[in-house]
Write a protein that binds this ligand. Structure first.
Ligand SMILES: NC(=O)c1ccc[n+]([C@@H]2O[C@H](COP(=O)([O-])OP(=O)(O)OC[C@H]3O[C@@H](n4cnc5c(N)ncnc54)[C@H](O)[C@@H]3O)[C@@H](O)[C@H]2O)c1
Length: 445
């Protein structure tokens, strides 16, 4: 396939192809993530047809970006889930349980990886080695060995890779970046960053594969990769040393009773975490009706004794530019969002961002900028409509339709993907080995 694929691309780069290309991609401007194939739509294949793959990277792509891309193949280990996901997406392409077969038969330009986290690296490397560019969901990988393999594949093949850090496109995150760049508070010296997951969203991680380090790398990788990436981007910094403490205080073995799953649990009436999946037909179709294929139970008990991730985490990070960060992640809070404070040589920036709150239905960010010896300025901004405060759409428009320029440097590279997971992996190792962990002990970029 590789040989034919390259030959075909070379042919399409000829003058006829170039003319057709200009007509087909009027929206693609300079600064796009990468140039489109000349003379035809980008051929995209997707691996991992769960909730994220079938919605944000499946149905949305087909409905919104068919002007420039064509979904040519779907792959998943669960054929029943994949069959339903295909109908849900409105896709007309073939489906595969064998990834290599999909690449050989459909010859995609780009592979989108939306599997369980621990399999991202495998598919990223396979796709690159078979001549494809890659768009991958976060986290890039769940341990340092996988990260090294991805780096090696990228060096060997030269293929493009985008890590979809949608949080960089949220209005509050952008505002923080702009304030820091303006130097209103001078140079940042240290940061206090506290992230809160609530008893709905936070608990959902403990019902699913995310509750196991071997699948998710723990919430320090799966979830905090977003937060560490934001911090690397906000501060224009790279992590050097990490020291962390982690505890499991609410879920897992802490429960006073437990069942296998909510649907059949004898404790339904007294459990505050009871969640009735039968009320959500889409999830019934995607997961419950496909259970007999892979045994994956989507409404597992949050109090399973086997859960081995933490729900209460504190992490200290030192960055290469002498900034330090004190970070916490708590997964059973009454509301969701984050509080971040940047201490600068000329003042302080405080931001409180609430996502799901009992007292408001919308998402809100409150800012306070205080320059030393001056009055405080306060203001609020609201989120946009759409997935992740409107961020998903902005990011996808940029990836598929291109942008004039990227003044804030929001497009995330392989390096950004690796740096963001290294903080989480080092934090995990620090907790396990009860010592500070240097990032260079993990990998050399
Ligand atoms: N950026 C974001 O805001 C965001 C939001 C949600 C999820 N995600 C990411 O998207 C990915 C998918 O999450 P999800 O919630 O859809 O999970 P999910 O469990 O619903 O879907 C994962 C899919 O991968 C399939 N799969 C598992 N192992 C596989 C393998 N070896 N080969 C092929 N397919 C395999 C499963 O059968 C399932 O269909 C995760 O990496 C997650 O971190 C990102």
């Amino acid at each position: 396939m590789k040989k034919n694929g390259f030959n075909r691309r070379k042919f399409l780069f000829s003058s006829a192809g170039m003319a057709l290309g200009a007509a087909c991609f009027p929206l693609l401007k300079a600064g796009a993530a990468w140039a489109p194939p000349r003379g035809r739509k980008r051929k995209v294949a997707l691996v991992g047809t769960g909730i994220r793959g079938s919605s944000t990277w499946g149905r949305t792509l087909i409905q919104r970006y068919s002007d420039c891309l064509e979904m040519v193949g779907l792959c998943d280990i669960n054929p029943k889930r994949m069959a339903y996901a295909k109908r849900f997406m409105g896709a007309r392409c073939p489906t595969f349980t064998d990834f290599r077969k999909m690449i050989h038969e459909t010859e995609p330009d780009t592979v989108i990886v939306t599997t369980t986290d621990c399999f991202h690296a495998k598919y990223i490397c396979l796709a690159m080695n078979m001549g494809c560019d890659v768009i991958t969901e976060k986290p890039l990988a769940t341990d340092e060995k996988m990260a090294q393999k991805i780096l090696d594949s990228k060096r060997r093949t030269g293929r493009n890779l985008i890590v979809t850090f949608n949080y960089r496109y949220g209005p509050a995150a952008v505002k923080i970046k702009e304030i820091l760049l303006s130097k209103e508070i001078g140079d940042v010296t240290s940061v206090d960053f506290n992230y809160y997951l609530d008893v709905y969203h936070g608990a959902s991680y403990f019902r699913r594969w995310h509750g196991f380090k071997q699948f998710s790398g723990s919430l320090l990788v799966h979830k905090a990769t977003h937060h560490y990436d934001l911090m690397n981007w906000w501060l224009d910094a790279e992590p050097v040393e990490v020291n962390a403490i982690g505890e499991l205080r609410k879920y897992g073995h802490n429960g006073v009773f437990r069942g296998l799953r909510c649907m059949t649990c004898p404790h339904q009436r007294k459990c505050e975490f009871f969640w009735d999946i039968t009320r959500e037909q889409h999830l019934m179709n995607l997961y419950v009706k496909a259970e007999d294929e892979d045994g994956y139970i989507r409404d597992s008990c949050v109090f399973r004794n086997e859960i081995n991730i933490w729900d209460t985490m504190n992490v200290q990070v030192q960055y290469h530019n002498r900034v330090t960060m004190s970070y916490s992640l708590n997964a059973f809070m009454p509301y969701e969002g984050y509080v971040v404070g940047f201490n600068g040589t000329q003042g302080r920036l405080d931001a409180r961002i609430y996502h799901n709150q009992p007292w408001r239905t919308d998402s809100l960010a409150e800012f306070r900028v205080t320059q030393n010896f001056k009055k405080t300025q306060t203001f609020r901004i609201k989120s946009r409509e759409g997935g992740h405060w409107g961020a998903d759409r902005i990011m996808q428009d940029r990836i598929f339709h291109g942008v004039e320029s990227d003044p804030l440097g929001q497009a995330a590279s392989l390096r950004d993907g690796i740096l963001s997971i290294l903080t989480g992996i080092a934090a995990r190792r620090s907790i396990e080995q009860e010592r500070p962990f240097k990032v260079e002990e993990l990998i050399k970029i």
